[in-house]
Design a protein around this ligand. Structure first.
Ligand code: SF4
Ligand code: SF4
Length: 287
């Protein structure tokens, strides 16, 4: 089973939920930190990394001795990653989506591939929890290929928890794509509600069942809860705005370790998700 933990905006407690859930599931689970621009699940789970490797993406390399400067490659590239200026073909590597199309359209065979480093893939263990994260190079914008590499490192024999990037753009879709369940984390504020609505729309488009965790549930107003009811988005857990939880967080400790009474809450959270996924799969089989 693959569960993606996501939020419409950062700072809602998404990583808190992902790491605590991982901790209570122990050796049954792996946590993939796909928030590659700002991975921080490792700060809580404190993994030991046993493998670390650079992740690259292919980009075009122009052989100007073969090039006739016909511009076919630049006209083809919908990302404006190529430009022909006089007797020179400019490659804007940061804009290249590595589709390989320019190589195919070049009539002179003047384009081959080179590679560009996007970031690092790290694999290890945090106690019994298998742990993988990706770390995007500073200033790099092309995160989906790195997210795909983090996901490809998953062990199919374990439950997979994905700590997705915040927001609703391409990196989030790369993290939520082909998962069995999306656990949305929000807080009951107008900003929280606004971004939750965007996240719910994205999840609907992907056709993945979802549930909600409301963090700092006793601040703000009732609008998030009303919206969840209207959308039939099951409310699976509420976490209060609590001094002891905040203190544990500020020390980099997980709730389920610092406050063991929370263990059963997270175990129950997983049981509810398992049940929803099961019912959803049975319904899909009937249809
Ligand atoms: S398509 Fe090939 S030959 Fe034409 S400008 Fe691009 S690299 Fe040069
Ligand atoms: S590989 Fe694709 S995205 Fe990159 S420069 Fe060529 S056509 Fe553009």
């Amino acid at each position: 089973m693959i569960i993606s933990i996501a939020s419409g905006k950062g700072g809602t407690g998404k990583t808190t939920v992902a790491t605590n859930l991982a901790q209570v599931l122990g050796n049954r689970v792996q946590l993939l930190d796909c928030d590659v621009e700002e991975p921080n699940a490792h700060l809580f789970l404190q993994p030991t990394f046993t493998q670390s490797e650079p992740v690259t993406t292919p980009i075009p390399l122009i052989d100007e001795t073969k090039c006739t400067f016909c511009r076919k490659c630049a006209d083809f590239c919908e990302f404006n990653a190529l430009a022909v200026v006089g007797k020179q073909v400019l490659v804007f590597a940061e804009l290249c989506h590595s589709c390989g199309g320019c190589m195919l359209v070049c009539p002179e065979g003047a384009i081959t591939e080179t590679s560009r480093e996007l970031g690092t893939l790290n694999v290890g263990n945090a106690g019994e929890v298998a742990f993988v994260n990706g770390r995007l190079r500073v200033g790099e914008a092309m995160s989906p290929p790195l997210i795909k590499r983090v996901r490809a490192a998953a062990d199919p024999d374990r439950i997979t928890l994905i700590d997705a990037p915040p927001g609703t753009s391409c990196p989030v879709i790369a993290a939520m794509h082909e998962t069995d369940f999306v656990l949305l984390v929000t807080e009951p504020t107008p900003f929280g509600l606004h971004d939750l609505k965007l996240a719910v729309e994205a999840v609907k488009l992907l056709g993945i069942p979802a549930g909600l965790v409301v963090n700092r549930a006793d601040i703000g107003d009732n609008a998030v809860f009303q919206y969840a009811e209207e959308e039939e988005l099951p409310l699976l857990l509420t976490i209060p705005f609590d001094r002891q939880i905040a203190e544990a967080y500020s020390r980099g400790r997980m709730m389920v370790d610092a406050l063991p009474e929370w263990r059963h809450q997270f175990i129950e959270l997983f049981a509810k998700i398992e049940q929803i996924v099961k019912v959803n799969k049975e319904a899909a089989c009937v249809n």
